[in-house]
Ligand binder design. Structure first.
Ligand SMILES: Nc1ncnc2c1ncn2[C@@H]1O[C@H](COP(=O)(O)OP(=O)(O)OP(=O)(O)O)[C@@H](O)[C@H]1O
Ligand SMILES: [Mg+2]
Length: 232
């Protein structure tokens, strides 16, 4: 994968619009959104319920195609790729932390982190070392062989982070990663995010309702009436 040059941001959205067509109505959610994110940057996306935050994150994660616009990541116009090439790109270059830290409940912590490595076809011989590395980063080595359904809320969120970062993605997308956590756990998660963003070639894009989390990010953006507005 070629590295972007110094002036080119890691990721760029240009004129992204998205509408949903249901049998009864046409719902216009995003209108001509522009966004630039650089490596090592942390970006908060805020906005009222129903404003399109998850829609934007799903477009960034290549789970959803926009109705119009361009999406360039690592110099590649990813909307031009076939769906299967997009899925491959996602597996290798994008980490996703879903709301509620969904995981395979009857698998162990270790297995949950191994799945994305398997999907990305990483060499079996290098997997164990990488899993140990990310577990150390989120301080969960002692829970490696624990069944996932026996973890606390904060621990689940840390497994979700380890899983999102295991393939060394260019960008990690997190949908309300601290929504169900208390203040201490939220601050700890933000510390991990900052350490990932500053020590690896990764950008973080975080959907949040929490103003304190947005304050810790380099860009705080609001979706209002389909537009993306900058806060500072
Ligand atoms: N598949 C769909 N078909 C039709 N409308 C949809 C679809 N998915 C989302 N919407 C609508 O698009 C709008 C934006 O939804 P989205 O989930 O992106 O909001 P959100 O900002 O993430 O909200 P929340 O904070 O509640 O999670 C909502 O009005 C929603 O009803
Ligand atoms: Mg949402």
């Amino acid at each position: 994968m070629s590295r972007p040059n110094e002036t080119e941001p890691l990721l760029r959205l240009k004129g992204i619009s998205k509408s949903y067509q249901t049998t009864e109505e046409h719902v216009s959610v995003l209108q001509k959104i522009d966004l630039s994110v650089s490596t090592n940057e942390m970006v908060a996306i805020m906005g009222p319920s129903g404003s399109g935050k998850s829609t934007l994150l799903f477009i960034l994660g290549l789970f959803l195609s926009p109705s119009a616009g361009e999406y360039i990541i690592n110099g590649e116009n990813v909307l031009k790729l076939t769906r299967s090439r997009q899925a491959e790109f996602r597996r290798k270059r994008i980490g996703f932390i879903f709301q509620g830290a969904d995981m395979f409940e009857h698998s162990t912590v270790y297995e949950n982190i191994e799945y994305p490595l398997i999907y990305a076809k990483s060499k079996p011989s290098s997997r164990a070392q990488r899993i140990h590395q990310v577990l150390e980063q989120v301080k969960l080595t002692h829970r490696m062989h624990h069944s996932s359904n026996k973890l606390s809320g904060g621990e689940r969120q840390r497994v979700a982070i380890a899983r999102a970062m295991v393939n060394q993605p260019a960008v990690i997308l997190a949908d309300e990663p601290t929504g169900q956590l208390d203040l201490d756990n939220s601050q700890q998660i933000m510390k991990y995010f900052r350490s990932i963003a500053s020590t690896t070639d990764t950008a973080m894009i975080i959907v949040t309702h929490d103003q304190n989390i947005a304050k810790e990010c380099d860009q705080a953006l609001h979706i209002e009436n389909g537009q993306l507005l900058s806060e500072k």
